[in-house]
Design a protein around this ligand. Structure first.
Ligand code: 9D3
Length: 255
């Protein structure tokens, strides 16, 4: 059982990922347990105050140290030794597949989601929280980012994906964007499905899909392609894609 603890003020924003689809089933089957604690439960004043004004002035509010310490401490009780402890933060290192893999290999995971302008820096230090961001855009808090991390990590845990969805199937597509997908009807609004996908030639289909996965990655995410070694076949298929793309380009002389 992989245990995940989440500290947040708005657990309703994280629940959907644990209640539906692949991760929902993994929770039902007891492969994953997600526990939640609110810093609000670790306040003692009559207004249950969790935030206060930033020292030094400026806009917004900061989450107070003590309620966060209480919520983190309570969750740590139920998490195994060696649990990775993250705070979702716009200032963090970028979350990616490699980090998802590391987290899936850890014995457990603690996720702290901030709100307002963030946490008192001392809780990050004292708890040894690793700061992780899910992208270069501004969110209203860490909850949706925590949901992203839970979903990406859960998919990598043993038994969570059936062999139908398992990554092993597309191992040759590793590090590439997905290829185009089609389903019935065969023609819709005058648009046909690529002919190769209709025949049963699995080798031709495999090469077509690999070519288009390479082509899309080359066009949209050249950074991913640079980070990946291409096989001889992949070089050949990408060259083919580029020739065909150039021929299809307006101004290529082909009407
Ligand atoms: C506009 C406020 N910013 C001042 C420069 C700082 C800031 C504070 C709090 C920016 C974002 C947030 C709330 N965001 C998150 O908690 C967050 C986040 C994000 O905004 N983008 C990408 N990943 C993440 S993970 C957590």
């Amino acid at each position: 059982m992989y245990r995940i603890g989440v500290v947040s003020l708005f657990s309703e924003l994280i629940d959907p990922v644990t209640q539906h689809g692949v991760v929902g089933r993994a929770c039902e089957r007891g492969l994953i347990e997600v526990m939640h604690e609110s810093p609000r439960a670790f306040t003692s004043d009559r207004y249950r105050t969790v935030d206060d004004r930033p020292y030094g002035g400026g806009p917004g509010m900061v989450l107070c140290y003590e309620p966060m310490r209480g919520a983190i401490g309570a969750l740590r009780q139920g998490l195994p030794a060696g649990t990775r402890a993250l705070v979702l933060s716009a200032q963090g290192r970028a979350f990616d597949g490699a980090l998802a893999g590391e987290l899936a290999r850890a014995p457990g995971l603690l996720l702290v989601a901030g709100r307002y302008e963030g946490l008192d820096e001392r809780i990050i230090e004292a708890e040894g929280l690793e700061e992780v961001s899910v992208g270069d855009y501004v969110l209203s808090g860490g909850e949706l980012a925590a949901a992203v991390v839970i979903d990406a990590v859960a998919r990598l845990l043993p038994g969570v994906l059936g062999h139908e969805e398992s990554g092993a199937r597309d191992s040759h597509m590793h590090g590439l964007l997905g290829y185009p997908q089609y389903t019935r009807p065969e023609i819709v609004d005058g648009m046909a499905v690529p002919e190769v996908l209709l025949g049963g030639n699995h080798e031709r289909i495999r090469r077509w899909r690999l070519k288009h996965a390479l082509g899309r990655t080359w066009r949209r995410r050249p950074d991913l392609l640079k980070a990946r070694v291409l096989s001889d076949e992949e070089h050949e298929l990408l060259a083919e894609y580029r020739v065909e793309a150039a021929a299809a380009e307006p101004g290529s002389g082909i009407s």
